[in-house]
Design a protein around this ligand. Structure first.
Ligand code: SF4
Length: 566
């Protein structure tokens, strides 16, 4: 008996924790359970062929927001070529409105609703025919009966998280991929757009077990472990115990990612975070909006001023990568209000600012109340907002332009110094990104892939229209360029330097692993934020030496040393 768990991930570096956890939970049936992981970038036909050639006796799909359409397309074809193979589905995208889903897909045998570990083991027993329960006795499923009717069984009780087996015994299959790890399940908060708010049964994995498992990752020196805990620090003692363990047992290379509520951090936690090795942990902090009315309306428990205070303080430490999230399209957030939210959060200078668009998820409060809020959204996943009572589609398109430019010029981290200087040229970075996006459209640059050098040239062209000091921005872009890499070809717009060869010969003794470059301005440093006044030109030249062998663990930029040259 071969039971195949199939997952279609968004990227190759992702791994699917759900299918690995299900296999680990299959108990005596584990050996007969295989995993097939694909990505949405693969051709559907190739995935179909592989599923067919694997000849499963039972096929189970892990479904979520980003792969639903893919899975739906593949399973229709799969049924034609393997009509007798039962197909089961699981995941948040099928756990709500399950009946409609089963009606839409007659080829699907059933759905595992909610937590799947115990349900899956019982389904394995059912297909192996050993002391098996009838389908009607397996909790947490919806299935078709002999007459084609859809039956729901009793819901399954939340599982003790410490009883879920560790699924990473063999790390070979995760080479070059992110490891996902769960130390708590559920969320105590009630954000109206989020499915985690529906399940209120917050549970924690036993701390001794967690430490043992983290030690396994540390010993194996895996590059990155992402905690999938919905609000990692919702329990102070749990978070403190894990962070303290990581700080004490740091192997010098593994990075751990956490989603947290910044305003819940206590002094003790902040001090511990400040003491950590740069790059040991990174934090994802959902802000979503700076509009208090919106925050209240979406039932979010967040003290905005405290969030800002904590983000600023951690930023000063310079040892933790912070990723902040905003959502456009929330109730009571109109264009002006969103623009203000953007500028307020941008002013915190996180390492990354993700501008997302509301997704109206089935099962969420937002879904139930979409009409009241006048929210129109895409029929297809990820059900992204088109317009709301407060925000028109035209305005959404403008925000999309801002998002595109934000990704290219800010989140890429490739224009750090230039972005800090540009801050002096505007009262609103939102407006500046919008103008830049419109410039891309006007000049026919939008919707294309551009090299990094081309992005620099476009920015210089844009700045010329804004009457920005030419030399300053050319030098800033040159600095940003060489901070990332030792360019093979010097860009035409980079200042011509007569003595470059001479200085390079003298100071760059390790060949291409360093680069010397002259500047005439003081640029904002790593731990500084954007400036409100552009720097004055020096009367002399300052030489910077970029060391590519020594990179910043947070942004991978070369270490910069300033030379004393006459
Ligand atoms: S958005 Fe975050 S804090 Fe809010 S309910 Fe979801 S997981 Fe919890």
């Amino acid at each position: 008996m071969k039971i195949l768990l199939a997952a279609i991930n968004a990227k190759y570096v992702h791994s699917n924790l759900a299918v690995h956890s299900l296999r680990a939970s299959a108990g005596e049936y584990k050996d007969g359970v295989c995993i097939a992981e694909y990505t949405i970038n693969q051709m559907k036909d190739d995935i179909l062929k592989d599923l067919y050639l694997q000849s499963p006796d039972v096929l189970c799909f892990s479904v979520y927001l980003w792969n639903l359409e893919y899975v739906e397309a593949i399973l229709k074809e799969f049924h034609k070529i393997r009509p007798s193979v039962p197909v089961w589905m699981g995941g948040p995208e099928v756990s709500y409105e399950t009946e409609e889903f089963l009606k839409r897909h007659e080829s699907v045998t059933g759905v595992m609703i909610g937590e799947g570990e115990d349900t899956f083991r019982e389904l394995c027993a059912y297909y192996h025919g050993k002391d098996a329960k009838e389908l009607s006795e397996i909790k947490g499923i919806a299935y078709r009966d002999a007459n084609g009717g859809i039956c729901f069984t009793a819901p399954r009780e939340p599982k003790n998280l410490s009883d879920v087996p560790f699924c990473y015994d063999d790390l070979e299959e995760y080479a070059n991929r992110i490891i996902y790890y769960e130390s708590s399940r559920g969320c105590p908060f009630s954000c109206s757009y989020c499915l985690s708010s529906v399940d209120k049964k917050l549970r924690f994995r036993d701390l001794e077990l967690v430490k043992k498992e983290l030690q396994f990752f540390l010993d194996k020196k895996v590059p990155q472990v992402k905690f999938v805990d919905r609000t990692f620090n919702c329990d102070h003692q749990h978070a403190m115990a894990i962070w303290s363990y990581l700080a004490e047992h740091d192997n010098g290379s593994t990075n751990f990612h956490f989603e947290i509520s910044a305003d819940l951090l206590r002094e003790e936690e902040i001090e511990l975070i400040e003491s950590m090795r740069p790059g040991l942990i990174q934090l994802e902090i959902g802000v979503q909006s700076a509009n208090e009315v919106t925050i209240k309306e979406i039932h979010r428990t967040m003290k905005l001023e405290r969030v800002k205070e904590v983000v600023r303080r951690i930023r000063k430490g310079g040892n933790v990568h912070q990723h902040l999230d905003l959502i456009a399209g929330l109730p009571y957030e109109d264009y002006e209000s969103f623009r203000h939210s953007f500028d307020e959060i941008y002013a915190l200078w996180p390492n990354q600012l993700q501008l997302g668009f509301l997704k109206v998820l089935k099962g969420s409060f937002m879904y139930e109340n979409a009409k009241t809020y006048g929210i129109a959204y895409h029929d297809a996943p990820p059900y992204e907002v088109l317009y709301t009572k407060w925000l028109s589609y035209d305005e959404i398109l403008k925000i999309k332009r801002v998002e595109e430019m934000l990704e290219v010029y800010y989140n890429s981290g490739q224009f750090e110094v230039t972005m800090k200087l540009l801050y002096a040229k505007t009262d609103s970075m939102f407006d500046l990104f919008l103008e830049l996006g419109e410039f891309y459209e006007k000049k026919g640059y939008a919707g294309m892939q551009h090299s990094r050098l081309k992005r620099c040239e476009i920015l210089l062209e844009f700045l010329e229209e804004k009457d920005a000091p030419k030399e300053l921005f050319r030098e800033a872009l040159t600095f940003d360029l060489y901070a990332r890499e030792n360019c093979k070809t010097r860009p035409d717009w980079a200042p011509a330097v007569d003595v470059l060869r001479e200085v390079t010969r003298k100071y760059c003794t390790n060949g291409k692993l360093s680069h010397a470059e002259p500047f005439h301005y003081r640029f904002p440093g790593k731990n500084e934020i954007g400036v409100k006044e552009l720097p004055e030109r020096f009367a002399f030249t300052v030489w910077a030496l970029f060391h590519y062998e020594e990179r910043d663990p947070l942004d991978h930029q070369a270490k910069v040393e300033y030379l004393e040259i006459e």
